[in-house]
Design a protein around this ligand. Structure first.
Ligand code: LLP
Length: 423
């Protein structure tokens, strides 16, 4: 939530104009207070309410060393999906036993890094991964806890790029094929099967698909009990939707109560203890806590057509409008309210007509040099940023109360070509 004082936008108690002065733009800004508040709501609705539950932050939504340290302090686990995310977490000093390693097509070297560093859980996504893990477990003689990602075959209402549990997907094992993989584990001295994982999609506003997924995996759970005594853990993924413009964000309980009721019902029926239940929220923890600040540059008013207002970033720091048609809201941070308003299109500086941050938004009249704040850019903004057109990656700042600190410095031109070789 931004505050407005003397018609200027503040993030917590820091004026956006001061942030611009200190760090320049484009700038990603995170409200630490807002992240803490959201995590507390989540704990209240989940870990405090239901025993034996774990929140594992999906770091793909936003990761840097400072974020890993923040997540560790908040007592959450960390979900990583690549050697790079794992490396970042380890370099930040994150307790490896609280790291969960997800992702399709984990490479041998990535799994080796995980095994060598005693990562807490690995979520097996394919047959080859299991082969690699069998090999690695013998090589290092380390105990490895395994969950198997399954595809529960449910449809969800969201952008098709972010649905992940239909039958036609690259993720996980089909329900009727996973058990033969699980059986392989029972012969292995170092591998331990601890349970199943699914993730049905992202930016969701309905709880029913989670319940449907649980219904769909129930026969598998039953068959699993025929070959082993215990299912220790069930991971139901992330996906809880947030507000960008006019969405109506649902409470965490809206999702979690039906999920937990369903899980209780299933395991009561089996006369078994409820396993540990893990969730993997990413966007819902960081999305609304993140803001991007841009400076207005060129303004082109095409009479009777559209007024283009260019900012100093664009699809390089926020690919979501171009990739998913995502819609964002914003304010003019140096003049939040004004009688004189106009409809403008905020566009980036990349050589693509699709480089639009927000089409047709009504804002106070802007001039070159004004500061635009875009809301809800905390998830999948920085983490999906690129150097297209050799644009530099913005800095990242954490704000708490009146304090602000740089957690990722702005990329420099030297760093941009650091890996280029003389030939
Ligand atoms: N767990 C797994 C296995 C996932 O694949 C994902 C997201 C999450 C958890 C976290 O989902 P969340 O709570 O953030 O919805 N780049 C896209 C989103 C891709 C999501 C991929 N998986 C976007 O900007 O909308």
């Amino acid at each position: 939530m931004i505050k407005i004082r003397e018609n200027k936008a503040y993030i917590e108690d820091v004026c956006c104009l001061d942030l611009k002065k200190h760090y320049g733009t484009p700038l990603y800004v995170y409200s630490v207070g807002q992240m803490k508040k959201t995590i507390n709501e989540l704990k209240k609705a989940f870990t405090s309410k239901y025993p034996n539950t774990i929140i594992s932050y999906a770091s793909k939504a936003f990761i840097c060393k400072a974020m890993c340290q923040f997540i560790e302090k908040e007592g959450l686990n960390l979900d990583v999906v690549s050697g790079g995310e794992l490396y970042t977490a380890l370099q930040a000093g994150f307790d490896p036993s609280r790291i969960e390693f997800n992702g399709n097509n984990k490479l041998y070297e990535e799994l080796e890094m995980a095994v060598k560093n005693n990562v807490g859980k690995i979520i097996v996504d394919g047959e080859e991964e299991l082969e690699y893990l069998i090999d690695l477990s013998h090589k290092y003689r380390r105990k490895i806890n395994l969950l198997f990602r399954v595809t529960p075959g449910v449809e969800v209402h969201t952008h098709k790029y972010i649905t992940t549990a239909k039958e036609d997907t690259k993720f996980g094992f089909p329900l009727d094929e996973v058990l033969e993989q699980v059986k392989k584990v029972s012969d292995e001295p170092y591998l331990e099967f601890i349970g199943y994982h699914f993730h049905i999609g992202s930016q969701l506003f309905e709880s029913q698909p989670y319940v449907n997924a649980l219904n769909n995996i129930t026969p598998l759970l039953k068959e699993t009990y025929e070959i082993c005594d215990e299912i220790k853990e069930l991971n139901v993924g992330g996906g809880f939707g947030i507000n960008y413009t006019d969405e109506e964000r649902k409470s965490f309980s809206y999702f979690l109560d039906p999920i937990m009721n369903k899980i209780d019902e299933i395991f009561n029926h089996f006369k078994k203890e409820r396993p540990v239940v893990t969730i993997e929220p990413g966007r819902s923890i960081v999305g609304e806590a993140g803001y991007t600040l841009y400076t207005v540059g060129s303004i082109k008013n095409i009479e009777g057509v559209r007024k283009y207002v260019s900012i100093d970033g664009g699809m390089t720091d926020n690919i979501r409008p171009a990739l998913y048609g995502a819609k964002y809201d914003g304010v003019v941070a140096n003049c939040v309210e004004s009688e004189k308003k106009e409809v403008i299109t905020i566009c980036g500086k990349c050589c693509e007509s699709g480089d639009i941050i927000r089409e047709d938004i009504e804002l106070p009249e802007v001039r070159t040099g004004d500061l635009i704040l875009i809301r809800s850019t905390g998830a999948y903004g920085y983490s999906m940023s690129s150097n297209y057109n050799q644009l530099l990656k913005p800095a990242v700042v954490f704000v708490e109360g009146k304090e602000h600190k740089l957690v990722v410095k702005r990329q420099s031109l030297e760093e941009l070509i650091m890996d280029d070789l003389e030939v």
